[in-house]
Ligand binder design. Structure first.
Ligand code: MG
Ligand code: MG
Ligand code: MG
Length: 308
């Protein structure tokens, strides 16, 4: 068992999961709490790598499981299916999150901070403010990167006034053109060429279930949906493989055009027919084009859950 309290975000980590973990450890240090450590549950994606390279900081250590009794702090998730292997027997002492709460149960009291903001780091931003800590440049860029990533530069319907205000203030601290930085960062994440089809469908995949029916919604960001669709055949093969291996009722793969804010989805599985009711679009060749849809959390997942 690790003697430190481990801080981590969800599996298939995104920028908010990785950078909020790092920021949380920094915030703990400000509090004089030295025994916490940011770790991660998976490979660093290209968008997050851009942030780490920009700031010249190392990625947190990779862990694959935790032992019984390990003290942990969850950021950017709470559902155990998205968390580390062994989480059921770990001791969750804190959660900081911006998602719905599902199947979450602990044996002991804990600190739980949930706010329906665009990203976890905006909650941390407000914690700094509340505690009266001045945010330094590195912290500002880490927090800003989470906001940019989760809200697609404030364009996603998940964006709140809290995120907008935070980003405005962080831009002043960071003294960079946040729009320019943000587009470069998001574009770094759209370089999908050297991912295999299998990696592509797992890059940002989230598993969930409804009444025992398991489903996955995966998402990739791109500046050209057509480009990703060149590999449609391979992608579908990998999705079908995942459906079989994990016994899924549905797999939705959303290819999101970050410049124009639309998504093309590929839906496979025995419940794929629910797409018609969920989005008012008939699948053609297992695909549908969803105008104005960019958010899994607000625009895709709730409709699927309602119709499953
Ligand atoms: Mg996340
Ligand atoms: Mg998040
Ligand atoms: Mg995301």
């Amino acid at each position: 068992m690790q003697d430190k309290v481990l801080i981590f975000g969800h599996k298939n980590p995104d920028t908010d999961s990785i950078c909020s973990s790092i920021v949380y450890e920094m915030l703990d240090k400000r509090d004089g709490r030295e025994n916490t450590k940011a770790v991660r549950l998976g490979k660093v994606n290209k968008e997050t790598q851009y942030v780490l390279d920009y700031l010249k900081i190392e990625a947190p250590e990779l862990i694959e499981k935790v032992e019984e009794g390990q003290e942990v702090i969850l950021v950017d998730h709470n559902e155990f299916v998205e968390s580390v292997d062994g989480i059921e027997k770990a001791k969750v002492i804190e959660v900081v999150d911006h998602h719905r709460i599902k199947n979450f149960e602990t044996s002991e009291p804990l600190y739980y901070t949930a706010r329906p903001y665009g990203c976890t780091a905006t909650i941390l931003f407000e914690e700094y403010k509340q505690k009266g800590y001045a945010i330094d440049k590195k912290e500002a860029i880490l927090i800003a990167s989470c906001i940019i990533s989760d809200t697609l530069l404030l364009k996603s319907p998940t964006t709140t006034e809290h995120d907008k205000k935070a980003l405005e203030e962080l831009e002043k601290i960071a003294q960079i053109d946040i729009n320019k930085y943000g587009i470069e960062m998001l574009k770094a994440g759209t370089d999908l060429n050297d991912y295999s089809a299998e990696e592509l469908i797992n890059l940002d995949a989230k598993e969930s279930d409804k009444d025992g029916q398991k489903f996955i919604i995966a998402q990739v960001n791109t500046v050209s949906i057509e480009d990703v669709l060149k590999r449609e055949k391979e992608i579908k093969e990998q999705i079908n493989k995942a459906i079989e291996e994990k016994n899924l009722s549905l797999f939705v793969f959303a290819i999101t055009d970050i410049l124009n804010s639309n998504s093309e989805i590929i839906a496979l599985g025995k419940k794929a027919e629910i797409i018609k009711n969920a989005f008012g679009k008939e699948l053609k060749n297992d695909r549908a084009y969803l105008e104005g849809v960019v958010s899994r959390k607000k625009q895709i997942k709730p409709k699927i859950v309602d119709n499953l």
